[in-house]
Design a protein around this ligand. Structure first.
Ligand code: GLU
Length: 428
């Protein structure tokens, strides 16, 4: 989870303050947007498999809903904190605004470690979280989705609990559901593919053929795996991935200079994205320290794990060959590191833009669920590509015209839209 030296919420507020100055946002709007509209802290009692009762802490934070119902994932993590969830909720507001979908921002979390919980215990946590929050969430005000260590199965349990409580079907209550149970084709690929749609557009702008590029990726979960899949389809070569090792409670990087084989690596990976070190060595991977992914001589870095991973301590290890950083994770770069990256003129594709594919596809899923009519996968991914490509074009055009860093340009567009919505509603 987040590096202890950084408070992600303070980081999110500092990013907001910078842009609020640029946009000359008035005092009342600043006060409104620097904080969350609503937040809920809940206790979830669960009778565990062994008969004992455990109380889990859970959160839901709704940052802003001026542009539409609040939207955002729920994470299961042993080190989850309210400030991380607050930051992530705020980032969701900007993310939905930058891709111009009619949704606000929210995030949820439960302090728990799914590595050590049976599926039955996890089901009870999902149901308990919904029971505590069912009055405050719903398809018309706040819609959850998967995030770190939660999956389509968790979403289905949550939906089932919500529908049981309310005595009716509400397929639009949650997204990231299993395909065939109200889920959208393409949802599981959407975040990772979206990252690569923006990388592809950046390479076009920089006039670099994807086949001439290499990448190094932090993380090997859902986002990383599908980003690698699409990047390889456009002929890019991934030479290094890093991931968390649950047994050793540390991370490792896995390197193959002639390019990793995605299928081979996923076949020795657990459901949390942990790669088996011994087997990896046997099939020809170098196993290096966790931070090695950031030092690789590649053209593209894709942090796709957790927040606050590129810091002032490791930013100077980034090779001078790196031209692009695409943030698959939310908040992977601390403000100090971001300053160094911007001064080095690395093309930054910021999180709110790079990883917006997930929530964009969630929006498509809601639309399909509400119509009860589901599109073919090509249609979903085609619409996703169009949305991501046009959001990218708007941000990079603003960055070029106003000589802004890409992150600042994305924020200017996003915060401008949300501030305008608050004003139009007469809130400020
Ligand atoms: N958890 C994803 C994100 O951080 C998706 C959120 C959603 O689909 O609502 O963007």
């Amino acid at each position: 989870m987040a590096d202890k030296a950084y408070n992600p919420f303070e980081m999110a507020q500092a990013q907001f303050d910078n842009v609020a100055d640029v946009l000359k946002i008035d005092e009342a709007t600043r006060k409104l947007l620097r904080y969350n509209l609503r937040e809920y802290h809940v206790s979830i009692p669960v009778r565990m498999d062994d008969g004992s009762v455990e109380i889990f802490r859970g959160f839901r934070v709704q940052h802003n809903d001026a542009r539409g119902p609040a939207k955002g994932g729920i994470r299961f993590h042993p080190m989850e904190t309210i400030d991380t969830v607050r930051a992530l909720a705020m980032w969701m507001t900007w993310k939905c605004a930058v891709v111009d979908i009619p949704l606000g921002g929210a995030k949820g979390g439960v302090v728990c470690d799914p590595h050590n919980l049976s599926m039955r215990d996890q089901e009870q946590i999902c149901r308990g979280w919904v029971r505590q929050l069912s009055k405050d969430m719903g398809p018309l005000n706040d819609i959850p989705a998967p995030d770190v260590m939660t999956s389509a199965q968790h979403m289905l349990w949550m939906l089932d609990e919500f529908e049981t409580i309310h005595g009716q079907k509400f397929p639009g209550f949650i997204t990231g559901k299993p395909v065939g149970m109200g889920g959208s084709l393409g949802r599981k690929e959407a975040t990772g593919y979206g990252v690569i749609f923006t990388v592809r557009e950046t390479l076009k702008e920089l006039n670099i053929p994807p086949a001439d590029t290499t990448a190094s990726v932090q993380g090997f979960g859902n986002v990383a795996q599908y980003a690698i899949e699409l990047y390889q389809q456009i002929w890019g070569k991934v030479i290094c991935v890093s991931c968390w090792d649950q047994k050793d409670q540390t991370s490792y990087s896995f390197r193959k200079i002639d390019g990793i084989d995605l299928e081979e690596l996923t076949s020795i990976t657990d459901r949390f994205g942990g790669i088996d070190k011994k087997k990896a060595k046997e099939i020809g991977y170098e196993v290096l320290p966790g931070d090695a992914w950031i030092e690789q001589e590649v053209d593209i870095l894709i942090p796709a794990a957790l927040e606050t991973q590129i810091t002032k301590e490791n930013v100077n290890k980034i090779s001078y060959r790196v031209k692009i950083i695409a943030e698959g994770a939310n908040g992977p770069t601390t403000p100090e590191a971001d300053k160094v990256i911007s001064e080095r003129d690395i093309f930054m594709i910021p999180d709110l833009l790079a990883n917006a594919g997930g929530v964009t596809c969630s929006y498509f899923e809601q639309v399909q669920s509400n119509m009860n009519y589901f599109w073919e996968k090509d249609e979903v991914l085609g619409k996703l590509d169009t949305k991501m490509t046009s959001a990218f074009a708007a941000v990079s055009e603003l960055a070029r015209n106003k000589k802004l860093y890409m992150r600042d340009a994305a924020y200017v567009i996003a915060i401008g839209r949300v501030a305008q919505a608050c004003k139009d509603r007469g809130w400020v």
